[in-house]
Design a protein around this ligand. Structure first.
Ligand code: NAD
Length: 363
């Protein structure tokens, strides 16, 4: 298979982790006889520094021409500390999602048994959890009108949804539920928000097209609590942009760390594959970033983006093997980890790469 892949490393730990995502893709191409060609582009703070624009036209053009995008993260401490800065790294990310029509963000909560004790939640509550989140990505307060009064003392963000936006992601989520355990929980705040009432009414209408799927509606406040109390009750969770942002960070603690969770953003064109974590300034340049979320994003690219299920399985199996053999990065190590098995970003990346190469050799 021939594919053009655009790598956008971004800022902070982005370049440190995407290096390994790309290396894994090169190894898979070699082992399975695919032809993956790579290009690279700027986004976020790195792009602002180089061009003044968080999403340069050149990046957008390359993105539109590519078959898939491997992204790291954007962000820099200077913007976090100064909310008044008008040109900001995350504008690049929001714009590319909008321009590529990436309306559905899929976040699987993949729980490796070896990491049951890395979570702050009891292993007995976590074991067996397998959730697929569908977070809407192109609507909500992120894109609604933003205002600030002349005296600067009042501000508002418009929470806005159109019916077609809810319909298209609901269908994707129901299709996924049909392939899984046929349960879908739609999360909203329909007791308070008009946009949530539109959300619920639309999901109720779409649910009629999928009578085999058991649909449940839950308020966001309850869902945030249930996710910690009994995560196994969920199969597919469908929710809006803001609620999904918050719930999936919470859910990352089920998987042990932000450094373990991958995501796929899809629409009708090029797919965008990225870890859910940000640029993590606190650990940038220290060889402490966990590269497994980026590596697992590559597995999603292979499976969802290219339909290469076998190749995706090999990547996940290599991550599993590294964990089974007791290797950890700092963020997922616990009191029982042998200190000699705590690896830096580079060593963990190399280890997974070695296990993938060994799988190909033994096959
Ligand atoms: P963050 O995800 O960057 O970090 C949160 C915590 O998790 C930090 O303690 C960090 O060290 C840890 N962490 C994250 N990824 C890790 C990994 N791979 N390995 C080990 N530990 C990891 O979130 P934040 O601190 O809220 O934000 C930092 C910056 O990232 C901000 O500028 C924010 O705007 C940006 N951000 C970007 C994205 C994105 O590009 N998709 C997403 C979220 C935040």
């Amino acid at each position: 298979m021939k594919k053009n892949i655009l790598v956008i490393p971004g800022d902070g730990i982005g370049p440190e982790v995407t290096t390994w995502g790309k290396a894994i893709l090169e190894q898979i191409a070699e082992d399975f006889g695919h032809e993956f060609t790579f290009d690279e582009a700027l986004m976020g703070h790195a792009a602002i520094e180089a061009t003044g624009n968080p999403l340069p036209d050149e990046t957008l053009e390359k993105a539109k021409k590519s078959d898939a995008i491997l992204f790291g993260a954007v962000g820099h401490a200077m913007y976090d500390n100064d909310p008044s800065l008008k040109v900001r790294p995350e504008q690049g990310l929001l714009k590319i999602r909008k321009e590529l029509g990436l309306y559905a963000n899929l976040r699987p909560i993949l729980l490796f048994d070896e990491l049951l004790n890395a979570s702050s939640i009891k292993a007995s509550i976590l074991k067996g959890t397998d959730i697929l989140f569908f977070r809407e990505l192109t609507g909500d307060v992120y894109f609604g009108e933003k205002t600030r009064s002349e005296d600067r003392n009042t501000a508002s963000d418009l929470m806005i949804y159109h019916r077609y936006e809810v319909e298209r992601i609901a269908r994707k989520a129901y299709e996924a539920a049909m392939q899984r355990n046929k349960r879908l929980c739609s999360v909203d705040k329909a007791n308070v928000l008009e946009s949530s009432r539109l959300w619920r009414e639309t999901v109720q209408a779409i649910s009629k097209e999928y009578p085999e799927v058991k649909t449940e509606h839950m308020f966001i406040d309850n869902a945030a609590m249930q996710l910690i109390k009994d995560p196994k009750q969920f199969d597919v969770v469908l929710t809006a942009n803001l609620f999904g942002d918050i719930l999936t960070d919470e859910a990352s603690q089920i998987a042990g760390s932000m450094g373990m969770l991958a995501s796929a953003s899809i629409g009708d064109g090029t797919g965008f594959f990225e870890p859910i974590h940000g640029s993590a300034h606190d650990i940038t340049g220290k060889d402490l970033a966990n590269p497994l979320a980026s590596i697992l994003s590559v597995a999603l690219m292979l499976e969802i983006g290219f339909g290469l299920k076998e190749e995706a399985k090999v990547v996940v199996a290599a991550v599993d093997k590294a964990l089974k053999e007791g290797f950890r990065t700092n963020d997922i190590a616990d009191g029982t980890t042998n200190p000699y098995n705590v690896l830096g970003t580079k060593e963990m990346g190399k280890l997974v790469l070695k296990f993938i190469a060994q799988t190909a050799y033994t096959n």
